[in-house]
Design a protein around this ligand. Structure first.
Ligand code: NAP
Ligand code: ZN
Length: 352
């Protein structure tokens, strides 16, 4: 196939680390053989969007168009596409392509493939320049990376499942969270509130650690059996040494040692939160009790579809607050104040 035509679409972009997001025009390509073009209806706002727009991880190319919790309708399909047809609903998360041939891809772990192409924070393989995320009119992805959306769920509230959903579902499954296991969720934001819903649905005893006493009621409603305000030393001490697994969903610097102290022997903490700076860990906090600290990035495509189907069967979606595209900078400021209940979703009609 010859190089596909590039065309302009409307988007919201950051021009630099210290600049607010503003209207912009970006280039997309026409679909190649296995690509789908999706008209974006809703896009969730992940804290990674803020880290990325502000270059907090150091990988950002500008202009930066965030957004990787995308749902919409298929507008066009390439000549070899078999998974979708025009008019179908589809979702895109943090990946739009990969080699599909390496051991990680073959194992269903496309997110760990050296050939993985991020929805943003990657290089566009066909027309060059950075890949652009979902704060835009449409997006192009290889059909393998487009997910089927359960028809019975509220579409806007499905969008956050494409990142916050799979990022919490995958490690909870990997570490076999279920009946008889005491599980802690640290940070009740976009990821944390999905983790609470999944851990509860899997049958675990669920405990939320929060810095926000005002979220206690919500935590219970979302499925937590117990809530610990992390600044309360007495509450923390009472639970020390009792957790089988803790999922750390915090976006900023915090004391990981305080949570390692919560683990039982052989307990694990998995980091999904990705703060800007390293988190210091004392050797003895792991040695005493054969504890482990690990990380997890989103989830593979097979598991993402499994998660969406699970949500369809169990009626699980995100708790969302809908915003217009031009409210994005204010939404970022509110997220930085932990004032989001529990995911902002952009109504993309507001961009057109
Ligand atoms: P979010 O909605 O902003 O939630 C973060 C929560 O962390 C806040 O609501 C707050 O909960 C807690 N928190 C914030 N600042 C804190 C501080 N200084 N000390 C202690 N707790 C604090 O963010 P999100 O979208 O859920 O994302 C969370 C993190 O996960 C981000 O770093 C993001 O980049 C990362 N992420 C990773 C992956 C992956 O694949 N691993 C995928 C998506 C996102 P309380 O009010 O309850 O304390
Ligand atoms: Zn995300």
């Amino acid at each position: 196939m010859s190089t596909p035509r590039a065309y302009s679409v409307k988007a919201y972009a950051a021009g630099g680390a210290k600049e607010p997001l503003a209207p912009a025009s970006i280039s997309r390509r026409e679909p190649t053989d296995h690509d789908v073009q999706i008209e974006i209806l809703y896009c969730g706002v992940c804290h990674s969007d803020i880290h990325f727009a502000r270059n907090e991880w150091g990988f950002t190319q500008y202009p930066a168009v965030p957004g990787h919790e995308i749902v919409g309708r298929i507008k066009k399909v390439g000549p070899k596409v078999t998974k979708f047809k025009e008019g179908d609903l589809a979702g895109i998360g943090c990946m739009v392509g990969a080699d599909l041939a390496c051991p990680q891809c073959r194992a269903g772990n496309e997110q760990y493939s050296p050939g993985m192409i991020g929805t943003y924070m990657a290089t566009e393989p066909v027309i060059g320049g950075p890949t652009f995320g979902g704060y835009s009119e449409n997006i192009i992805a290889h059909e393998h990376f487009a997910l089927r959306i359960p028809e019975n769920l509220d579409l806007a509230a499905v969008a956050p499942l494409l990142c916050a959903g799979i990022t919490t579902y995958s490690p909870l499954r990997h570490w076999k969270v279920g009946p008889g296991r005491k599980v802690g969720i640290v940070g009740l934001g976009g990821l944390g509130h999905m983790a609470v819903k999944f851990a509860r649905a899997f049958g675990a005893h669920v405990v939320v650690f929060t810095t926000s006493p005002s979220k206690k009621e919500d935590a219970r409603r979302l499925g937590a059996h117990e809530i610990i305000v992390s600044s309360n030393a007495g509450e923390m001490k009472a639970h020390a040494g009792t957790f089988d697994f803790i999922l750390d969903c915090v976006s900023a610097q915090h004391d990981i040692g305080a949570y390692l102290a919560m683990l039982a022997v052989d307990g694990n903490i998995t980091l999904v939160g990705a703060p800007e700076k390293p988190l210091p860990v004392a050797a003895f906090s792991l040695i005493m009790g054969r504890k482990s600290l690990s990380g997890s990035m989103i989830g593979g495509i097979r598991e993402t579809q499994e998660m969406l189907d699970f949500c369809g069967e169990h009626g699980i979606t995100a708790d969302i607050e809908m915003i217009r595209m031009d409210q994005i900078n204010e939404a970022y400021e509110r997220m930085l104040r932990s004032d989001v209940k529990y995911r902002f979703v952009i109504d993309m009609k507001s961009l057109r």
